[in-house]
Design a protein around this ligand. Structure first.
Ligand SMILES: *Cc1c(COP(=O)(O)O)cnc(C)c1O
Length: 209
């Protein structure tokens, strides 16, 4: 199957109310362009350098930063992206807030939760509400909800338990967006209430080829 056919198949299977973000990290731009031509309107990138090159070669799409936010990259992230899904600590959020203020932007952000023992980043679910509240006092940010990465190679039961924590935390924080689910676990994510799935390999194929 080519990328356009994979996009059509995914779009047919994933409920209409759930946004598909195509995760472009490690993918040839030609594949990403093919998906955009087929109707994909949202692209996720983990790396600033790669995003700069990829976005220059794409028609306008909504651009999501889903990588680790380093404070010294805040300015570049704010200039390149429309949404930052991966705010997992106050310093990162404040650096983005300042960069957004300076560029005159109102930046939509999600609080990234850690719901998986193997995951390096993400704030603890118990601390997420406080972080969201603090970020909501920044006039240049708009906290729209929560993002989380499910536990890799876990049992279905473990994935469901982790996603339930994400959904409950999202309910407490409020907003429009629960960004949950990737190629291997989007079905569980949609069942848990995800409003946005982030799909890389299942849409574009294996990375780095
Ligand atoms: C790589 C990545 C994805 C996509 O992963 P696939 O398994 O290829 O679908 C989604 N979200 C984040 C944060 C990622 O880093």
């Amino acid at each position: 199957m080519n990328v356009a056919a994979r996009y059509a198949a995914l779009r047919a299977e994933i409920p209409e109310s759930v946004t598909i973000v195509g995760v472009a990290k490690g993918q040839p731009v030609a594949r990403v362009r093919e998906a955009v031509s087929a109707g994909l309107g949202e692209i996720g990138e983990n790396y600033v350098q790669e995003a700069r090159a990829a976005f220059a070669a794409l028609p306008p799409v909504r651009r999501h930063f889903i990588g680790h936010v380093q404070r010294n990259k805040a300015r570049a992230i704010v200039e390149l992206f429309d949404v930052v899904q991966s705010v997992d600590r106050l310093e990162a959020g404040l650096a983005l807030a300042e960069a957004a203020r300076r560029t005159g932007k109102l930046l939509p952000v999600l609080v990234q939760l850690n719901i998986s023992p193997g995951e390096r980043f993400g704030c603890r679910p118990e601390e997420a509400e406080r972080l969201a509240e603090r970020l909501r006092s920044e006039a240049s940010l708009r906290v729209e909800g929560v993002m989380a990465i499910g536990p890799p190679s876990a049992s279905r039961g473990e994935i469901e338990a982790a996603f339930e924590i994400a959904a409950k935390t999202f309910a407490r924080i409020g907003g429009s967006t629960l960004s949950l689910g990737m190629s291997g676990d989007w079905r569980e994510a949609v069942r848990a209430g995800s409003t946005m799935v982030r799909i890389g390999t299942m849409l574009f194929g294996e990375r780095g080829q």
